[in-house]
Design a protein around this ligand. Structure first.
Ligand code: NDP
Length: 254
């Protein structure tokens, strides 16, 4: 048996139409999973599906706004109806609003918390019946270096990503009896649309990241294929409640 084989498994990746989510979706597709990518932008969704299909995978997309519970529930229902089951959920959709703490409107705090944290709970809750029906499942939540560190310009983001780690531990303890493993991945600084904006907004960020990262580079989305396959496959059946940095050593640099 290949412990990394995902044949006959169905995966759903929120924000799977670009960036880190698409990097993970590519890994799952190459390991044999059928993949549903979910995002707000239909054009990005379609392009991602076409790419996954060229890798030989079954793939489909669904429009979702993860800040709306009904939309999350419809997304899960789509995956189950389209491919017949759901085994793997990656809660990856995320956003950031960078400001000093005194400048946030309450609505901005809620936007970041709801997109990054509440949505992961809502989607996990919605996926639970399908996973128990399938005899188990894998939930992968995306944290951040700000699950560990603070940053003056990202208070709601850091709160949401700290929350992701604790929610992961709590869900892992609750659902181990159902053979559902719940883990978090903490990306370092990765070259995506999200961080293109950060590099425009935070002076000197690009060079600071290169200097501090022992690997000496920014991460790329393909760095997330392997961790996604590991945490989605039987290889990790006794791994649950963890938060694994994928950061080129950023978080262990003294
Ligand atoms: P991108 O901006 O490339 O991707 C964000 C994704 O989230 C998009 O696919 C977007 O889809 C989706 N999304 C955002 N809001 C919503 C929403 N309300 N409903 C549905 N989908 C939504 O960024 P990254 O790939 O960098 O980020 C992915 C995850 O990784 C996030 O959780 C982020 O916090 C985390 N992360 C990223 C790091 C980095 O350095 N890049 C570092 C640490 C963590 P659409 O465009 O269709 O709305």
């Amino acid at each position: 048996m290949n412990p990394f084989d995902l044949s006959h498994r169905v995966a759903l990746v929120t924000g799977g139409n670009g960036g880190i989510g698409l990097g993970m979706a590519r890994g799952l597709a190459q390991a044999g999973a059928a993949v549903v990518v979910a995002g707000r932008n239909s054009q990005k969704n379609e392009t991602a599906v076409a790419e996954l299909q060229t890798l030989g995978a079954k793939a489909a997309s669904v429009i979702v706004n993860v800040t709306e519970q009904a939309s999350c529930e419809a997304m899960i229902a789509f995956a189950v109806e389209h491919f017949g089951r759901l085994d793997i959920l990656i809660n990856n959709a995320g956003t950031n609003i960078r400001k000093q703490p005194m400048d946030y409107a309450l609505a901005e705090w809620h936007e970041v918390l709801e997109t990054n944290l509440t949505s992961a709970f809502v989607c996990s809750q919605a996926a639970y019946p399908a996973m128990t029906k399938a005899g188990g499942g894998k939930i992968i939540n995306i944290g951040s270096m700000m699950s560990i560190f603070g940053a003056s310009f990202a208070v709601p983001y850091a709160a949401s990503k700290g929350g992701i780690v604790q929610m992961t531990k709590a869900l892992a303890t609750a659902w181990a009896k159902d053979n559902i493993q719940v883990n978090a991945v903490l990306p370092g600084w990765i070259d995506t649309d999200l961080t293109k904006k950060a590099r425009e907004q935070v002076e000197g960020l690009h060079d600071k990241v290169v200097q501090r990262t022992p690997a000496g580079r920014w991460g790329v989305t393909d760095d997330f294929a392997g961790i996604a396959v590991f945490l989605a496959s039987p290889a990790s059946d006794f791994v649950t409640g963890t938060a694994i940095p994928v950061d080129g050593g950023y978080s262990v640099q003294g």
